[in-house]
Design a protein around this ligand. Structure first.
Ligand SMILES: CC(C)(COP(=O)(O)OP(=O)(O)OC[C@H]1O[C@@H](n2cnc3c(N)ncnc32)[C@H](O)[C@@H]1OP(=O)(O)O)[C@@H](O)C(=O)NCCC(=O)NCCS
Length: 177
């Protein structure tokens, strides 16, 4: 287990680490259009655009941004689309689950959200495990939603409400900067 991991808001200085995360796994293409430092900077700018109700947090591991937990807001409905990714080097240690639990706990208490939602392809069970560890409840399946490598793939959808119980998952510390 890596000690000392924590969360803080993403900053423009995280662009190189974000780019490294996208370049380390071909599956990351589904997380956004990040192919160079410039596009990594734009990705961070979008995720930290508070006027749009967006929030992006760096999962700091070994003093670098090893992963991200983000929320794209829809302020009219106090609703947020929730997502996460981790650099392959730091996966499988429960850090994404703990980071997702922290950010969801914050968003539904002090962050102004009343509902968070997410979806993952059925052939990405690790993402479903993270969602459940972060207190999300399985709500349904969108059949044949995505076309992936020529095959249509179902997507499992999850939601967590401000009235749902917080999970038992030990949260990662969340720093304001
Ligand atoms: C999905 C992803 C974020 C998981 O990150 P991670 O750091 O390995 O997750 P954690 O170590 O916190 O593990 C969380 C849970 O997933 C489970 N898990 C990990 N890999 C798994 C796998 N291949 N199959 C099934 N479960 C798996 C773990 O056992 C753990 O469950 P547990 O708490 O019940 O033991 C990571 O694989 C990733 O970044 N993938 C690419 C981006 C992506 O798919 N994001 C999600 C889009 S919605």
């Amino acid at each position: 287990m890596l000690s000392g991991a924590y969360l803080r808001p993403l900053t423009p200085a995280d662009a190189a680490d974000v780019l490294a995360g996208f370049q380390a796994d071909p599956e990351m293409i589904r997380q956004g259009d990040v192919t160079d430092l410039d596009s990594a900077g734009k990705y961070i700018e979008f995720l930290t655009d508070s006027e749009q109700g967006n929030h992006g947090f760096a999962i700091v591991v070994e003093s670098r941004c090893g992963g991200v937990v983000g929320i794209n807001g829809a302020s009219q409905h106090r609703l947020g689309w929730f997502f996460y990714w981790m650099h392959p080097e730091f996966r499988g240690q429960g850090l994404t689950a703990r980071a997702a639990a922290s950010v969801a706990n914050w968003a539904l208490t002090n962050g102004g959200f009343e509902r968070l939602e997410l979806g993952h392809r059925v052939n990405n069970p690790a993402s479903g495990a993270v969602a459940q560890a972060a207190g999300f409840i399985h709500e349904g399946t969108e059949r044949a939603k995505f076309l992936v490598k020529g095959e249509r793939v179902d997507v499992r959808t999850y939601g967590r409400l401000s009235t749902d119980p917080a999970p038992d998952t030990e949260p990662l510390p969340l720093s304001s900067r």
